[in-house]
Design a protein around this ligand. Structure first.
Ligand code: FAD
Length: 380
């Protein structure tokens, strides 16, 4: 039987960030992922600069042979409504390709990666987890995304009883004719909101790649809304007429909508497995990375005692960083008000910038997670 100090199920941004910090603490970490990397992940591929900062990403090194698209403006509006642009004097966001980003982070983490290997079995023997009948570890970290099998083993009723965001996107390399026919600027992603503000479509150009998609809370009517959205983009001349039609879908939970148990003896959930995406923007990479690092900090402070009571601090820290697990019913604005609010917000350049962009999308009010988290002794 092999052993390791911690086993992370899932090598996305949550899993690799947690593994990276735990490796720096000197732990022997194994990351198990069902996919072989580089792998694609259904995503628009847009990150806020806080992510790069928190991950201490060497952007010069990263940009060698990879897409790292600075974003300095946004074009916004309601679907089939008026559009407006907000420009910034600095880079406020970055466009990345998930196949490159996730692979880079996983390799950099220094963890042992067992790729192309799904979690098949999980057994508890005393204080040890036995994973796939072959690896023994005292600490299991569920980072397998929305359908994480570790979340299931903690009782999550995946797909049922949870209102998830469902989203579909396509990312493709444009040929020279498509590039010429696409007026979307690489530094200016386009965001078009549903009238009930429960979702939005996007068009994001990253170098020669174009990413188009739409996501909204609940799965009802997504295919039809996506088709309407693409027709709208074509009518406005924003995308070439001949885009591929193989859109890929996925789901994930927003913070405040999840009832998942996040911690138990010798186990905790991070990233999408824990349901942490920001409610207004659906940005999930930043919460995934931050939850991975917070988990590592709590593990560092536990002194090797991984009983639920010791790991409970992780849950508390998530609440102070991302708000309560279940948002109060009164926090949800009724439908008819949302329609009015949408028109007011997205009709005004000032309100769009202050509320929609700075607050909801860029989280300008929330400083990056401190890199030297209390309790983490980074080995040089
Ligand atoms: C269409 C769409 C667009 C999005 N756009 C953005 C965006 O632009 N910016 C942003 O910040 N967020 C975006 N998000 C959300 C973001 O993609 C997620 O929040 C983020 O990927 C969460 O990271 P994670 O590491 O928790 O999970 P994931 O990135 O999903 O990684 C989970 C990993 O676990 C592995 N895994 C799953 N099951 C198993 C198993 N049984 N055994 C072993 N391994 C397993 C998977 O192969 C995968 O590698 C978008 C989501 C969607 C659906």
């Amino acid at each position: 039987m092999e052993t390791c100090d911690a086993l992370v199920v899932g090598g996305g941004p949550a899993g690799s960030s947690c593994a990276w910090k735990l490796r720096q603490l000197g732990l022997a970490v194994t990351v198990l992922d069902k996919a072989v990397f580089p792998r694609d992940k259904v995503c628009a591929g847009w990150i806020t600069p806080a992510v790069a900062q928190t991950l201490q990403l060497d952007t010069g090194d990263y940009a060698k042979g990879r897409v790292l698209q600075p974003i300095t403006a946004f074009r916004t509006g309601l679907i089939r409504g008026a559009e407006l642009e907000n420009r910034y004097q600095r880079t406020v966001s970055l466009g990345i390709r998930r196949c490159e980003f996730d692979h880079y982070l996983l390799r950099r983490s220094g963890a042992r990666a067992l790729l192309g290997q799904p979690l098949k079995s999980l057994e508890k023997r005393g204080s040890q987890w036995i994973v796939n009948g072959a690896i023994a570890t005292p600490l299991l970290i569920g980072a397998g995304g929305h359908f994480c099998p570790v979340a299931r083993s903690l009782g999550a009723n995946l797909g049922a009883g949870e209102t998830a965001v469902t989203a579909k996107e396509i990312e493709f390399e444009m040929d020279p004719r498509q590039r010429a026919a696409c007026p979307v600027r690489a530094d200016t992603p386009e965001l078009y909101f549903c009238r009930d503000l429960n979702g939005y479509g996007w068009c994001l150009r990253k170098g020669d790649y174009l990413n188009i998609g739409l996501g909204r809370e609940g799965h009802h009517g997504l295919a039809q809304q996506l088709e309407d959205f693409c027709n709208f983009l074509r009518e406005r001349g924003r995308i070439p007429g001949n885009i591929p039609d193989r859109f890929h879908g996925h789901a994930y939970l927003l913070r405040g909508r999840s009832q998942r148990r996040l911690v138990d003896d010798g186990v905790l959930l991070i990233g999408d497995a824990a349901g942490l995406a920001y409610p207004q923007s659906g940005e999930g990479i930043r919460p995934a990375v931050e939850s991975g690092l917070i988990a590592a900090a709590v593990i560092a402070q536990s002194g090797g005692d991984y009983r639920r009571q010791r790991l409970q601090a992780y849950r508390d820290r998530l609440s102070s960083r991302f708000g309560p697990e279940a948002a109060a019913a009164g926090d949800r604005v009724p439908g008819f008000l949302r329609n009015i609010l949408a028109g007011v917000l997205l009709g005004s350049r000032w309100a769009t910038r202050r509320v929609v962009l700075d607050r909801w999308f860029l989280h300008a009010h929330q400083p990056p997670l401190p890199v030297s988290i209390e309790g983490i002794r980074v080995h040089a």
